[in-house]
Design a protein around this ligand. Structure first.
Ligand code: CDV
Length: 313
């Protein structure tokens, strides 16, 4: 018997700077209900889904930054989402800014969780690849201060046996790195969920602005195909406080084919039936890693790159 996860990608339109958590959570609950009506039993929300994408602002006051972070999960503001999940029997993937204390040290992470159909947290991931810059760079039309406001995740790329599948997560910039998918592929992941906030404008190389949608799909489709797994990529889209974020959220099959895609820049649900057994089948038929991988030649991936020494004359 096939294991089908009916997955909804819940693209969100802009969240303005002063939009309270309660309003965002109400939007998310409304989408969860729509998803359930369309048969979904798992819903994926964007990166940092509870607030505006605050790394675009330079803030000197730590309290101003921390106001965008969750000190507990669930909290009074987010508990209704967990309650609705349990009521409807719909699992979810949520991205948020996490403020926590570990060994007496305050830490800030860009985090995502998987919550199961009983409303229990079944897995946590902290973003490894943080894009952007550490300092205020006034030449930019908007900042990208993830390196200033977060530290790199310290959990690796775990996968979780939950909801009758093997599930993994990554977050936004992670999707551009082949290592992200491979770390989870090697653990037999069947579905990778991720959210993104991707500005259309790339200040370091504006000539690639026109390629943002292409590079988004290129990364997601390659990750799915090369690792034989489902990939669900979900945008926060539209013009958020003057900054345009790309949309085109997708559900990608283990063949690399897009099976559903959003067509607006606002709150929008797409749904696909994901046969989780297709992951193992695709991996075996196409790649058969035990038989064909040559890991003894891949040491450079962890030992570090290095240019070859110049040839002797
Ligand atoms: N939120 C992100 O990680 N955004 C990056 C942008 C800055 C390039 C991304 O990879 O989409």
């Amino acid at each position: 018997m096939s294991r089908i996860a009916t997955v909804a990608a819940a693209q969100m339109g802009p969240i303005e700077k002063d939009e309270p958590r309660q309003s965002t959570v109400a939007r998310m609950i409304s989408m969860m209900r729509q998803a359930k009506e369309r048969g979904a039993d798992l819903i994926v929300y964007p990166e940092l889904a509870l607030t505006t994408f605050f790394p675009r602002y330079w803030m000197e006051n730590e309290a101003d930054v921390d106001a965008f972070f969750e000190k507990e999960m669930p909290s009074p503001a987010t508990q209704p989402l967990f309650d609705e999940a349990a009521k409807l029997g719909v699992g979810f993937n949520l991205g948020y800014a996490e403020l926590t204390e570990e060994n007496g040290r305050i830490r800030h992470f860009n985090t995502a969780i998987i919550v199961d159909r009983e409303g229990k947290i079944a897995g946590k991931y902290r973003k490894v690849h943080l894009p952007g810059h550490h300092e205020h760079e006034p030449w930019r039309p908007f900042q990208h201060l993830e390196k200033a406001y977060f530290e790199p995740g310290n959990l690796g790329f775990p996968v979780f046996n939950t909801m009758d599948g093997i599930m993994g997560m990554c977050i936004c910039n992670d999707r551009r790195w082949p290592e992200t998918y491979r770390c989870m592929g090697l653990q037999d992941v069947e579905i990778i969920m991720l959210g993104y906030n991707t500005p259309r404008h790339f200040p370091q190389a504006p000539e690639v602005d026109r390629l943002q949608d292409f590079h988004n799909h290129l990364s997601l489709q390659a990750g799915a195909y090369q690792n034989g797994c489902w990939v669900v990529g979900v945008a926060k889209a539209g013009v958020e406080d003057g900054c345009e974020l790309i949309g085109q959220s997708v559900i990608v099959a283990p063949t690399g084919e897009i099976v559903a895609m959003t067509s607006t820049m606002g709150d929008e649900i797409i749904v696909a039936e994901c046969d989780l057994d297709r992951a193992a089948k695709a991996r075996k038929a196409r790649w058969n890693w035990e038989y064909n991988r040559e890991p003894r030649h891949y040491g450079i991936l962890v030992d570090g790159p290095g240019r070859p020494a110049p040839a002797d004359d």
